[in-house]
Write a protein that binds this ligand. Structure first.
Ligand SMILES: Cc1cc2nc3c(=O)[nH]c(=O)nc-3n(C[C@H](O)[C@H](O)[C@H](O)COP(=O)(O)OP(=O)(O)OC[C@H]3O[C@@H](n4cnc5c(N)ncnc54)[C@H](O)[C@@H]3O)c2cc1C
Length: 558
């Protein structure tokens, strides 16, 4: 376990490292020249230097035994510096994940200790040309090599595509088909027959090495089969999805805030029409404040999920998917708005937001695309809806109503409206068998993510008032401001769930006017519309807080 003091020290070291080694001019130059700064990646991963890797490794193997919460904070900070370098560091963590979850004790001692002691760089080799989102289609083969009827090793043949650290890793974990199914193997870079392509010329994260891998009858001893049992590969990959997606979620969060943290000071100094842009409500309330609300809703979901993983609630794959979906989509929108916020300057390399926007784009693609996240969320929560005969989200809404009775200003009542409406949309989908349309299932995934995030942010705002937030939390706002952020986001979520739910579930099949009117009435749209009252004054308040102005405390003290 890592104490809060240690975590703060690591975060501070990262910031100092970035200031010294990765100032903006250097980042821009490396990005333009498409260079992965290996010296800096090694510096970050070496145990006698920054040693970020140590955080990911359990204590019994020489690491610091950081939990999901610690890892989220570090990933957010790394993403604020550069998502390419962050990806290079994360690749070791992803690459060694199959070992952490599935290896034998001997294998763990060998590989995890070497990462801790030697700063080994790993790559995670799953994707292939024909096997991206659908890893089950992989074609890389691991053929058994036997002696006296005993399996002594494997010969691995195939091609991997878009592997982070692929051209620079010391060791790769490779997913290959054995006779018993997909299985992870550890392959060292010098293995005969193992090669890699030239670095990909990418849209973003150009400071990260991404390369194809080729395996031509690469021989590995049987002890390189992770866990010693064939066919466990997909299960081992799934076992950590909650955790790994949380890290990419933290990347989206960090990159989104990095962009806003450039747009905000810029707008204080840029004078147009006689006043700083920061004083123009049509600017702040479109380009800054809504993105702050979405990013902080994502943070609430990331933090709650991290706490639950650390408390031993399991791998929480669906929660990881919601966190990733919300944070990476919000990060992309925030970075895009930041280009707009800087106008023509934002469109040039020099001002960095353009680079951040290109970099953050990857977060909705790797570790599961946004559409795969929507599908995962939709399918999982559909089960909840069915098992509870449609009551799951009504029950969640009741928790919010109870919270509202205790803490009337954290937006819990509006989150409750979102959850009730969601339950009705799902019931409509159930009765009409609408999930036979894949689009409806995926849209449900999106609405679920918004409604759950609104509830989560309201809980976080209430905990903050009560002084019950995790001491390791990232506190960008005080309790009153976070309550206002929560109200802003809950209004957006409730309106989205009801109106888009009406659009998609209502639009799925031809129905009578009376049927449509009954569905519409079930969504409590008038109440959701009334809940929008106060939106602009909450946004004014958050703009004042962000810009450090003598905020007119939004009359609704939390
Ligand atoms: C820079 C970079 C780094 C990467 N690093 C790694 C790494 O280190 N290790 C590794 O193993 N992989 C890595 N990847 C691969 C990455 O994980 C995959 O690109 C990703 O999983 C998507 O797979 P795909 O590209 O084949 O797209 P596809 O799966 O072909 O998807 C294409 C589009 O179709 C959608 N789609 C797919 N299936 C469905 C469906 N059933 N229903 C509806 N829509 C669907 C997707 O959402 C997407 O929009 C990396 C990729 C990049 C670009």
């Amino acid at each position: 376990m890592i104490t809060n003091e240690t975590l703060e020290l690591v975060l501070q070291s990262l910031q100092e490292f970035a200031k010294e080694h990765l100032p903006d001019e250097k980042l821009i130059e490396l990005d333009e020249r498409d260079i992965c700064p290996m010296d800096l990646v090694h510096h970050m991963c070496s145990p006698d230097k920054l040693g970020i890797q140590l955080l990911f490794i359990p204590e019994e193997y020489g690491g610091m035994g950081g939990g999901a919460f610690d890892v989220y904070r570090i990933c957010e900070e790394m993403a604020r510096i550069d998502l390419g370098v962050a990806t290079a560091v994360l690749a070791t963590f992803l690459g060694s994940d199959p070992i952490t979850v599935g290896a034998t004790p001997e294998q763990k001692t060998t590989w995890l200790s070497r990462i801790a002691e030697e700063g080994l760089l790993f790559a995670y080799g799953a994707t292939e040309a024909e096997a991206g989102s659908d890893l089950g289609s992989l074609r890389t083969i691991a053929a058994r090599v036997t002696e006296d009827d005993k399996v002594v090793g494997y010969k691995i043949s195939g091609n991997k595509q878009w592997i982070s650290n692929g051209g620079v890793a010391d060791v790769c974990t490779i997913l290959a088909n054995t006779p018993a199914g997909p299985t992870w193997f550890v392959v060292e870079k010098d293995a005969k027959g193992f090669g890699h392509g030239k670095p990909e010329n990418k849209h973003g994260i150009r400071l990260s090495n991404t390369a194809a891998l080729t395996l031509d009858e690469v021989y590995v001893d049987a002890d390189r089969l992770i866990g010693g049992v064939e066919g466990q590969g997909l299960l081992q990959a799934q076992a950590v999805f909650g955790y790994t997606r949380l890290m990419v979620a933290a990347f989206g969060l960090g990159a989104g805030w990095a962009a806003l943290d450039r747009a905000i000071p810029y707008s204080m100094n840029r004078i147009q029409a006689g006043a700083p842009l920061s004083e123009k409500q049509g600017y702040t309330h479109k380009l800054i404040v809504p993105h702050v609300a979405r990013l902080e809703a994502s943070r609430a979901y990331i933090e709650e999920t991290a706490e639950r993983i650390d408390a031993g609630e399991g791998s929480l794959n669906t929660e990881g998917a919601i966190a990733k979906y919300m944070a990476t989509e919000a990060g992309n929108l925030a970075a895009d708005a930041s280009i707009q916020a800087l106008g023509g300057y934002g469109y040039t390399h020099e001002y960095m937001v353009e680079k951040i926007k290109r970099d953050v784009r990857i977060t909705t693609i790797y570790e599961g695309t946004s559409e795969i996240m929507e599908m995962t969320i939709g399918r999982d929560r559909w089960q909840f809806h069915m098992k509870t005969r449609g009551q799951h989200y009504h029950e969640q809404a009741k928790f919010m109503e109870a919270l509202h009775a205790e803490r009337p200003n954290v937006g819990a009542n509006i989150a409750a409206l979102a959850l009730h409406a969601l339950a009705e949309v799902m019931e409509r989908a159930h009765v009409g068998k609408l999930t036979r349309h894949q689009h409806i299932l995926l849209r449900l995934g999106e609405l679920i993510a918004f409604a759950e995030s609104a509830a989560c942010l309201a809980r976080r705002a209430a905990r903050m008032v009560e002084g019950k937030l995790d001491e390791k939390t990232n506190r960008r706002f005080d309790a009153t401001a976070l309550a206002a952020v929560s109200r802003i986001f809950a209004r957006e979520a409730a309106l989205k769930v009801a109106e888009e739910g009406l659009r998609w579930a209502g639009g799925a099949d031809a129905v009578s006017d009376a049927d449509m009117a009954a569905f519409e009435a079930s969504l409590s749209l008038p109440a959701i519309h009334r809940a929008q009252a106060g939106l602009i004054s909450d946004m004014d308040f958050i703009a004042d807080v962000i810009y450090g102005r003598a905020a007119k405390r939004s009359g609704l003290a939390a």
